[in-house]
Design a protein around this ligand. Structure first.
Ligand code: ADP
Ligand code: 5GP
Length: 215
């Protein structure tokens, strides 16, 4: 990192992606994390069972209901919600450490979590809602993912409308039709939000040096 980059301290942002299950949050998040070195994923705790291929500590921290309640009672969760009869929550520690280091944090959470972050971190929050191109595509994608039994897929389809109803609570909306286009749009949002004046805390000193140069 060059001296100039080191001096460009930014205030980290909280990038929330929500959507009905199967619209593409995980796929787009993984790609974004590969490309963006100053971005870290918030890894949630959940009481649901792992899907085939999911790893503890990477996709989620898989915990029992008792462990989840202990974390909640101990104020260790930044936000939490019950989704599809399971509990999900964001451990506080990772997020606070990343933001303190000027990193951005990516959240794959539902509308209930997004609302809670709005109450605690409104200035740092950027909310994106993903829509599928159609319900038919959503069903195909839920099946293509493999790992969920048919009754779970039906349940997720039945819950899609309830999640979609919250789309207007978000700052940006991306229709994930063509993956490459959606990915470009997602990156454009992150890059523009990083340039918001209030996030570029280093600018105060820089502008001062431009308008009052030391002789
Ligand atoms: P979510 O995390 O929102 O539940 P996923 O990212 O797991 O959704 O995506 C569900 C399935 O849809 C996956 O199999 C993924 O590969 C596929 N998928 C995601 N985006 C697209 C797209 N634009 N076109 C076709 N398939 C997609
Ligand atoms: P899945 O079981 O498909 O991984 O996730 C189901 C839903 O729970 C998704 O809408 C996902 O965004 C949401 N979710 C995952 N982790 C969290 C979390 O920590 N908090 C909240 N509020 N929602 C979460």
């Amino acid at each position: 990192m060059s001296q100039t980059q080191l001096q460009r301290r930014r205030r980290g942002l909280l990038l929330v992606i929500s959507s009905p299950s199967g619209a593409g949050k995980t796929t787009l998040s993984r790609r974004l994390l590969q490309d963006e070195e100053d971005l870290v994923m918030s890894i949630s705790v959940t009481t649901r069972n792992p899907r085939p291929g999911e790893q503890d500590g990477k996709d989620y921290f898989f915990v029992s209901r008792e462990q989840f309640q202990e974390m909640r009672a101990g104020d260790q969760l930044l936000e939490w919600a019950e989704v599809f009869e399971n509990f999900y929550g964001t451990p506080r520690g990772l997020v606070e450490r990343a933001l303190a280091r000027g990193r951005d944090v990516l959240f794959d959470i539902d509308w209930q979590g997004s609302r809670q972050l709005e109450m605690t971190s409104a200035d740092d929050l950027v909310r994106i809602f993903l829509l599928p191109p159609s319900l038919g595509d959503l069903a195909t994608r839920l099946r293509s993912r493999a790992g969920d039994p048919e009754e779970v897929i039906t349940h997720r389809m039945n819950r899609a409308a309830a999640e979609i109803q919250h789309w207007a609570e978000y700052d940006y909306v991306i229709v994930n039709d063509d993956l490459e286009t959606a990915f470009r749009e997602l990156k454009a949002i992150l890059h523009a939000e990083r340039l918001k004046r209030r996030r570029q805390v280093w600018l105060n000193g820089h502008v001062e040096s431009l308008i009052r140069p030391r002789s």
